[in-house]
Design a protein around this ligand. Structure first.
Ligand SMILES: C[S@@+](CC[C@H](N)C(=O)[O-])C[C@H]1O[C@@H](n2cnc3c(N)ncnc32)[C@H](O)[C@@H]1O
Length: 345
């Protein structure tokens, strides 16, 4: 077997372990293609490219004070030259350091706090966000899915913008976010700005939720905001008191896990209020993954509306980005699904 082929198998195995084997084959292939794209050809990476890549991976996995190391000139250079020519966001979400050190004294290392800002319809919205401060151990990586501890994905960015541009709809409503990752940004922004009745922020990954709890402490929110670990496949974790309670369920980029897709559909069905409740599901098409989710939803009994153009600014960015080689609509442009259900649980 050639060394290049060997290398690919090792990469694939590592990726599978990191994702707890929950990524679809399609997504795995895409990730491998990104790696291949980075390498430039089929001969495998040069030693210096490989070193740079591992530095970047280390940056992603180490979110503690050593982050300063990775923001050094050296590492920026590494990222610039070795990182993928890859689409990371619509560049609408801005990140600033958080300046109120007095408030931070009791909340851990100031370096881990950021202010995330978004301009929507000529108004600035911001929340303070905590970044993971712990080292990701091998045990963490082999444990529950960690895709939500890497970054805010473009679908969450798009869902947040969609929610902020429709704020009045969420007033006095019950809101649940599923698979919100380390920020649960869309739910958090609504909790701060929409005056809902209550917001419940959830993810299956406990590390993400510990982080969201810290974040909630350092924001003045407009309603009761709860944070919980909620794994879609674990029916025991569902709260009977919240069954069919939610007027809105939010979820971003959670459709590509083949083995838990049907559990996600069941979870939405369990929590969504019949007739008036709407689940806002944002995700790129990613091969067959979005269509497969729709099939599960139809089989369950949901009515589905698919919206491609849900926000003018994101659409404009999308049209501009389509001219660029690094942008692949299939894996990068988030589509909005609106699910409703007519029957009861
Ligand atoms: C690609 S991330 C998206 C995170 C966030 N919504 C965003 O877009 O930035 C997918 C999220 O789904 C969560 N997830 C994966 N499988 C899950 C499951 N079985 N139950 C609950 N959450 C799950 C992961 O922990 C992760 O936070």
């Amino acid at each position: 077997m050639s060394s290049t082929k060997n290398q690919r198998i090792v990469q694939k195995t590592t990726l599978q372990k990191m994702s707890s084997m929950q990524l679809s084959d399609y997504d795995m292939e895409n990730t491998l293609n990104i790696i291949k794209e980075r390498d430039g050809d089929d001969q495998g990476p040069s030693p210096s490219t490989a070193r740079k890549r591992w530095k970047i991976l280390a940056k992603v996995l180490r979110k503690d004070s050593s982050e300063e190391t990775v923001s050094s000139e050296d590492s920026e250079e590494a990222e610039r030259t070795a990182s993928v020519r890859r689409f990371k966001s619509f560049d609408l979400l801005k990140q600033d350091s958080f300046e109120d050190h007095l408030a931070l004294d009791c909340l851990g290392k100031p370096d881990n706090w950021y202010t995330y800002k978004l301009n929507v319809d000529d108004r600035e919205y911001y929340v303070n966000i905590h970044h993971l401060e712990r080292h990701m151990t091998a045990e963490d990586l082999m444990g529950f899915n960690n895709t939500g501890n890497v970054c805010v994905w473009p679908s969450e960015e798009a869902l947040t913008i969609y929610c902020l541009s429709n704020l009045p709809h969420f007033k006095n409503k019950w809101i649940l976010e599923l698979g919100g990752g380390m920020t649960c940004l869309a739910g958090l922004m609504l909790s701060k700005y929409a005056k809902p009745y209550a917001v419940h922020l959830t993810d299956g990954n406990q590390i993400s939720i510990e982080n969201v709890r810290k974040t909630v402490c350092l924001n003045e929110l407009s309603c009761y905001t709860k944070c919980s670990t909620l794994q879609w496949e674990d029916q025991g974790q569902r709260a009977p008191s919240e069954c069919e309670k939610f007027n809105f369920i939010l979820s971003a980029d959670c459709l590509f896990f083949d083995d838990v897709r049907s559990f996600l559909v069941d979870t939405i069905w369990y929590y969504l209020k019949p007739l008036e409740g709407i689940a806002l599901i944002m995700a790129p098409r990613r091969g067959k993954t979005l269509d497969n989710f729709i099939k599960h939803c139809v089989a369950k009994g949901f009515t589905i509306e698919t919206v491609h153009k849900y926000n003018d600014i994101i659409w404009q960015k999308h049209v501009e980005l389509k001219q660029m080689e690094l942008y692949d609509e299939d894996i990068h442009y988030p589509i909005l699904l609106k699910l409703t259900k007519m029957e009861s649980e």
